[in-house]
Design a protein around this ligand. Sequence first.
Ligand SMILES: Cc1ncc(COP(=O)(O)O)c(C=O)c1O
Length: 399
Amino acid sequence: MEISNRIRGFQASPIRRLSPYARAAKARGIKVYHLNIGQPDIKSPKEALDAIHSYPNDIIAYGESDGDLELRKALVRYYGDSVGVNITTDDVLITTGGSEAILFSLMALCDPGDEVIVPEPYYTNVHSFARMANVSIVPVTSLLEDNFALPPLNMIEERITSKTRAILLNSPNNPTGHIYSAKELEIILDMCERHDIFLIVDEVYREFCYDGLKFTSILSYEKYSERVICIDSVSKRFSMCGARVGALICRNRNVIRETLKLSQARLCSPTVEQHASLAAFGAPSEYLENVKKEYEKRRNFVVKALHSIPGVKCSRPNGAFYLIARLPVEDAENFSIFMLRDFDYKGETVMLAPAEGFYESKDLGRDQVRIAYVLNTEDLGKACECLKEGLKAYNNREI
Ligand SMILES: Cc1ncc(COP(=O)(O)O)c(C=O)c1O
């Protein structure tokens, strides 16, 4: 009996695949600081937790395939009041996380063999979603030296072929923390229009913009609304990653009508968690203001701490809660394994996500790691101390 070649072609998540080493380190009594995964330590809004504790129904029933109407209405209000764009409930499909919204977008726009252009490094699970949809990712490389700004337009344009169906952006970006400017977005939209392709923008981190930067949603450009899909999620906004509630937002009726067939096939998104997400949108505005302040403080702290480690270079992210750092090692995956398997500093170590898996092009990012600054500054300080000592030990070890 054989399993499929398709499944063999999938990659194990670079964020999670070193987990067995972390488990073994913990079994040896070592404390592991997790900088590998974007699981915030921030509490979910009280309103959401209360809604779960007081769930009023006797049956956890199937819900509507396009999502709970009250939640869709809450999203419409939130977009109007907080994002500054007008949408209607007809533009919103609730999905099982932003993840499903990305997969549905690819399925809706592309036939097998079609291509989607994505600046790399990029959110690594997109690789798997593309494989599920039999779509090829065509990368355009952005550089640490440029703080991962959008690559020059001609580099993107020359990747467009007759098979290109869409460009996929993520802003604020995981893993780089980069935010595309309104100007950059306009240039890309104009290019999509000229080539008659779609633009998908994943905005799941839109609340987390630092240095006073104002976020511009792709939905603000009404002139292009027929060719734009926006990906959203409660996971990071409300620290509700386990709720698995997201949204696909699109003003193109055809896209929504056709994508609904996929929503119907998987019946519905989680019922109780949609109820909790609805409550989360009722949290006072200070909730998000405080979360943003906390991440900005952590960003400032971790960038300074990393720059003080000899040989380490990192981008200065102005959004989300990730950054890419270049380490003074040849192979960041080997080093990350060393940190978990062979090293501890005062009984502690750190888990990193090797960045190679965030690139589509071969041999890029080998000396880079992604760092998620989702720990409080005290723990971030200890984690950076471990990293500094670990690099010394790794580069002085006898081979
Ligand atoms: C850029 C980006 N998009 C989408 C997702 C998936 O989010 P969700 O938990 O809503 O599926 C993540 C999760 O880390 C992400 O970083």
